[in-house]
Design a protein around this ligand. Sequence first.
Ligand SMILES: Cc1ncc(COP(=O)(O)O)c(C=O)c1O
Length: 462
Amino acid sequence: MEYAVRGPLVIRASEIEKELQEGVKKPFKEVIKANIGDCHAMGQVPITFIRQVLALVAYPELMDDPRFPSDVKSRARDILDGCKGGSVGSYSDSPGIELIRRHVAQYIEKRDGIHSNFSDVILCAGASEGIKSILKMLIKDIDGKRPGVMIPIPQYPLYSAALAEFNMEQIGYYLNEEQHWALDICELERAITEAKKICSPRAIVIINPGNPTGQVLTRKNIEDIIKFAHKEKLFIFADEVYQDNVYAEGSKFYSFKKVLSEMGLPYSAMELASFMSCSKGYMGECGLRGGYSEVINMDPDVKAMLFKSISAMLCPTVLGQTVMDCIANPPQPGEPSYEKYKEEKSAVLKSLAERAKMVADTFNSIEGMSCNPVQGAMYAFPQMKLPQKAIEKAKSLGQCPSVFYAFQLLENTGICIVPGAGFGQKPGTYHFRTTILPQPAKLKSMLQTLKDFHIKFMQEYK
Ligand SMILES: Cc1ncc(COP(=O)(O)O)c(C=O)c1O
């Protein structure tokens, strides 16, 4: 089991940080952790409304404090009313506080224009937990073959790690780098045909907007994927945690549920789970661990098992559920918190959009590097044409060339990125993933340093 975004490179980055603190001389002053989508760690400021509601539910004595607006107070009161004993310190029902599940269903309904049933909404401690709890339901050999799950390559390594943990078969399908990392139906056909020889394909994972690839799928592409999943009787995992992070002109987020529902029968009766998180978007509350899954059309017996399985975990964190409530039920026009909330939200998203462009433009200005536009999410995944000498050097060290490059970058500049090998890449191609999360001035200087390093590296191994 591997999990590259917290792998050996990141461990080395933390060691270097300690060495710097101890006064060891390096050619740089700080380590920049561009390896993980951890917004607040990179200087993003929390949304005031969310933190105010959290403060009040955690310490209700502040309820009389005039610094808190009335809409914050009423949200906090409603949540506390939904808590057993009126305290966020009590366990909630296993799928979450009913009021918050209802708010989430309303949020989904408003987003998609399609009915959402609160009993299909399961709150979870971050999307990771929700994804794993549903993936688990597929652990069962069929006709003597292990269950297989189709995942994109490059992928977010939660999937490869969870499949390894659950002893399930990973069926990788390559995203098409030449077509802005779109999903190619021929490639899905190729991957599943190969996989059927050794496993029983049960599900397909789609990450939209993509991590690490930053693409936003078109509606047509989503329709084709749904048709493919229907033909192959696959359960759909729609990882939609970046649904608020869409930047490119002409790109628009369509949820799988919306498209599938609007396609009508037989597609609208397909089994689907979609995932959302409080860690991404404009809120970036990674450490509070909030998320939800919406599970539709699930076989009732299986759904009963799913609920039993999650009940053995007691409940997701109530503070994380509180954040999800703030996201699902944000201040409305006319409420006292509305203007500030709107301003803060759009400032974060606007800045992310500018950084997305800055990153892709810089990589495309470097000789031997190419990067698809970052249409959404929080990452860029450029391809590098590495010289043969560098490839040979890496191989002599028993490393993938993308890992060798990433270590060299870290040791020489303090910049911590994740090598393409951690996400999967087509054989013979080399990439890395960087987040777009460092604040603008830091990102600009990081990109300049990276560019200078790359030129030197290419010169050295020419
Ligand atoms: C595509 C994708 N899915 C799921 C997650 C998990 O998010 P969390 O567990 O913090 O909600 C992440 C985190 O980076 C992600 O990028």
